[in-house]
Design a protein around this ligand. Structure first.
Ligand SMILES: C[S@@+](CC[C@H](N)C(=O)[O-])C[C@H]1O[C@@H](n2cnc3c(N)ncnc32)[C@H](O)[C@@H]1O
Length: 315
């Protein structure tokens, strides 16, 4: 049996379950299942919209007592450590027993624990008869500060959707270059900048461009926003993200949408498109094929359903 290097747990609203799986396919080449995933790929929780925790496995055993012996043999000596129990799907260890196990692990590590400001957090968990111990890395949730961006508007996409689009477009490779072809107030750009990914923005509306620039400056991010029709951009990018205008608020005819998709297709070999209406015919007319797709549900009263398409240029 292959023992993976990392165990991931996920957190998401049911409306974004399919988008989480899509993001997971582009980071790990497989779907998360039951909000957990085992992989040898190391991904940063704060750079994903839905990864909550990553356990970097130090030791494992099918015998709990052997795992504790292994931890002691590691000779870990650190002040300010904390131990958490990661409850995975199928683990029915009772709460009191979990607390006892945390104590067992704590007594196997030398140094003073610190529950509130740990220098390092260790994790223990059980899955399909194997006990695992390792270092636990958590999403810092610092990116949630983008919810308080100074400028927003009714068309702005949700922060976690924006973050997932960046992961999908970049395939979680931080060396990729992106363009947000219809950037609005820059919600997607903020997530790329947070992850250290180079992104340019473009919007035909000067007010949107002004607000996007102000939002970027507010968080001390540096990125270029072109006040332009996307057809007039000439640079090349690894991928373009298109959060298309919705008829609901910003008016766009079928011709406008086709124009944006075709113009963006000139700049890249990969498109990640978000739309409230079905634009599959437009995609095939640009010489691109749909590689993957998902639905994003309505999160609340004001929300509306969207579809995400990942498209690659036909060779
Ligand atoms: C749905 S909004 C994008 C919202 C953005 N993702 C955000 O969260 O703020 C679509 C944007 O497309 C822009 N747009 C429409 N036609 C365009 C074109 N030809 N080139 C560039 N931007 C365009 C609109 O001005 C609008 O800001």
């Amino acid at each position: 049996m292959h023992i993976y290097k990392h165990i991931y747990t996920f957190s998401y609203d049911n409306a974004e379950a399919d988008l989480c799986k899509l993001e997971s396919r582009y980071i790990f080449n497989k779907d998360e299942n039951n909000r957990q995933l085992f992989s040898d790929i190391k991904a940063e929780p704060s750079h994903s919209a839905y990864i909550k925790k990553r356990l970097d496995i130090i030791s494992y055993s099918d015998e709990y007592s052997a795992l504790i012996d292994n931890i002691k043999k590691e000779g870990i000596c650190v002040n300010g450590f904390k131990v958490e129990y990661l409850v995975l799907e199928g683990d029915d260890t009772a709460y009191a027993d979990r607390l006892n196990k945390l104590k067992d692990v704590g007594y196997s590590i030398e140094g003073d624990p610190d529950y509130y400001n740990p220098t390092v957090t260790y994790g223990i968990c059980a899955h399909e008869g194997i006990w695992y111990f390792g270092v636990l890395n958590k999403d810092s949730f610092h990116w949630h500060k983008h919810n308080q961006k100074p400028y927003s508007f009714s068309n702005s996409i949700g922060v976690s959707i924006a973050k997932a689009l960046v992961s999908i477009a970049s395939k979680s490779n931080h060396k990729k270059s992106l363009i947000d072809a219809c950037c609005g107030v820059g919600t997607i750009m903020l997530e790329a900048c947070f992850a250290g990914i180079k992104i340019d923005g473009c919007d035909i509306n000067w007010r949107a461009c002004r607000d996007a620039r102000k939002n970027l400056t507010h968080f001390n991010y540096q990125a270029t926003v072109f006040r332009s029709d996307i057809k007039d951009i000439n640079n090349r990018y690894d991928a373009a993200i298109l959060d298309l205008p919705y008829n609901l608020y910003s008016r766009a005819t079928d011709e406008d949408v086709l124009h944006i998709v075709k113009s963006s297709a000139e700049l890249t070999d990969r498109l990640v498109i978000v739309s409230t209406s079905d634009i599959t015919d437009f995609i095939s007319s640009t010489g691109f094929s749909i590689s993957d797709q998902c639905n994003v549900g309505k999160p609340g009263k004001s929300g509306f359903a969207r579809k995400v398409w990942v498209c690659d240029k036909n060779i």
